[in-house]
Design a protein around this ligand. Sequence first.
Ligand code: KG4
Ligand code: ZN
Length: 353
Amino acid sequence: MTQDSVAPMSRGYRVLAIESSCDETAAAVVEGLRVCSSVVASQVEVHAEFGGVVPELASRHHLDAIVPVIRAALEESEMDLQEIDALAVTDSPGLVGALLVGVMAARGLAMSASLPLLGIHHLEGHLVSSFLGDSERAAREFAPHLALVVSGGHTELIAVEAFGRYTKLGSTRDDAVGEAYDKVSKMLGTGYPGGPVIDDLASSGDPDAIAFPRAMISKGLEFSFSGLKTAVAVHLEREGMPTSREALADLCASFQAAVVEVLVHKTVRAVKSAGSSQVRVVGGVAANSGLRAAMKEAGDRHGFTFEAVPLRYCGDNAAMIAGAAALRLAHKMPSPVNVRSTFSLAALSEEST
Ligand code: KG4
Ligand code: ZN
């Protein structure tokens, strides 16, 4: 069955979506942007001992989790497959082995239930995440807005011109910001994922204790975080590991201050150059308390509104994938399934028109 065979709806489209692009196995049901269920099985414990995601292990654990997670999402939504209009699955970008588990499960389900299947870009899901639960607001405010996408794999400033039309204004030249958090946490021996731990420690530390570099702060809209990571390594080599919780908190607060200052500075620059009045920060790092507070303050000072994504939708989840699919159906946008490990939002825009 094709996407075109889905009848127009007065209510939002009911979509069951699967997300398995990295280390969370997730399934969710939405009606439009109303979330009827959202189930996430995290593999954090599996990858923790390695300090990062091990692709082969991720695929194997997705295989174990996928059927129970889909079943739980349907059960929680109190719908059965007959009441669903379409299925959706994250098909790019991500770890190929991990993506394939979700895609195979979605294809099998689509065939057995005679439902159309949409392939969804993971980052379009993140862009939709900040509108979940509020279709009317999405209709009013989705475009135009400026999005800062910050996760374990991405750091990008995106001009959202319309649903399906995205222009990349800048991105990282090396590490993603979440990756920098995870690597610094590995150096400090504070565990994986590093973001939440460092964020927590930073809240009681002195952000001015150590002067870490603000990479490329005066130039354009590109980011770089590998130098900051190296600066932390050099500091540890010179000064040794922090010997008290206070010293550890100071180091975390100083690292976080460097990250947040660059992210906010570049966002403000993008707001000015693109003439945006609305900023949304999405992705796992959008949960960061320092970033949320600094972005709010910058918005007040520079005249843009900043909306924080609910914490439960910052990290990877399938509700955002289902929401993006419901909007694609409503906009009658082609969404074939194409598994690609790397695929940009700008390239998606070209395929969507
Ligand atoms: O979006 P996400 O769940 O997965 C990817 O698509 O990558 O983001 C995961 C990343 C991890 O690097 C994690 O350390 C980071 O988000 N993260 C945070 C916080 N919570 C999660 N980084 C900074 N502060 C946080 N509170
Ligand atoms: Zn993500």
